[in-house]
Write a protein that binds this ligand. Structure first.
Ligand SMILES: Nc1ncnc2c1ncn2[C@@H]1O[C@H](COP(=O)(O)OP(=O)(O)O)[C@@H](O)[C@H]1O
Ligand SMILES: [Mg+2]
Length: 236
């Protein structure tokens, strides 16, 4: 699969919400819940704890769409749910992170990985074709970004870019120029739409016409373009 990973550095800027909406705009996409703070999708959408990442990890090698047997549906989007307890999530990735990553890499389609708040990048983050960091355009979050950017660029296979969420004093062009990182999208603060998705509205309802969903659709086009024609790293 192509792997697009979404993560935050601080706070809760909407990684899980954006991951679901983004997956709904991409072909053959599945959300992979790789949040080491513990998953929320099973609880949010009233799903079982299995199947999910734990059953995928225990399955045989897969080429193709075998991952579908481990997916459930959240808001109309296929998801591979992760354990909801932080200790179980950390234990699963510690013991089976390589197997899970292998299954995802060899599967067909696009994996939208919800990595939650990023720590040391694990195998699935390292294998990403694209890592998108959600940050609010405020000084403390942008400074946090500058602290991790260089090491993330070294450890991630593909490109590292940013999604700005909400209002702040810094514009896309300023962030790109001063931090030297591409900004793939600026998403609006749209609490009503985000909350309706969180509380059970599917992605194919009125939500699809919301400002947030339209901004994520534009992001999806940008993601597709980047995955087809990866931007060359600047080696000068
Ligand atoms: N773009 C947005 N605008 C306003 N509220 C949002 C947005 N994205 C998410 N939220 C809200 O913020 C809270 C956290 O969202 P969530 O997606 O779980 O964040 P994270 O995965 O970063 O912790 C939820 O109440 C959600 O409805
Ligand atoms: Mg989350």
């Amino acid at each position: 699969m192509r792997i697009v990973t979404l993560a935050s550095l601080r706070g809760a800027p909407g990684v899980t919400t954006t991951a679901l909406l983004l997956a709904s705009t991409l072909n053959e996409a599945v959300v992979v819940e790789a949040d080491l703070d513990g998953g929320v999708l099973a609880i949010r959408y009233g799903l079982g704890r299995e199947p999910g990442l734990a059953t995928l990890a225990a399955s045989g090698p897969d080429v193709g769409e075998g991952w579908r047997a481990h997916a459930q549906e959240a808001g109309g989007v296929p998801v591979l749910v992760g354990p909801d307890a932080p200790t179980s999530s950390a234990a699963l990735w510690r013991s089976a992170g390589e197997q899970i990553t292998q299954r995802i890499v060899t599967g067909a389609g696009t994996a939208v990985v919800d990595a939650g708040r990023l720590r040391t990048p694990g195998p699935v983050v390292a294998a990403s074709d694209l890592l998108l960091l959600l940050v609010c355009p405020v000084a403390e979050q942008l400074v946090a970004l500058t602290h991790v950017l260089a090491s993330l660029r070294q450890s991630v296979r593909g490109e590292v870019a940013v999604i700005l969420v909400g209002e702040g004093p810094y514009r896309i062009s300023e962030v790109e120029r001063s931090i030297g990182v591409p900004v793939f999208a600026a998403l609006p603060q749209d609490r009503d739409s985000a909350e309706s998705l969180r509380t059970g509205a599917g992605v194919n309802t009125r939500l699809a016409r919301s400002r947030l969903a339209r901004a994520v659709t534009a992001l999806g086009a940008c993601v597709n373009a980047a995955l087809v024609e990866p931007v060359e790293a600047d080696v000068s």
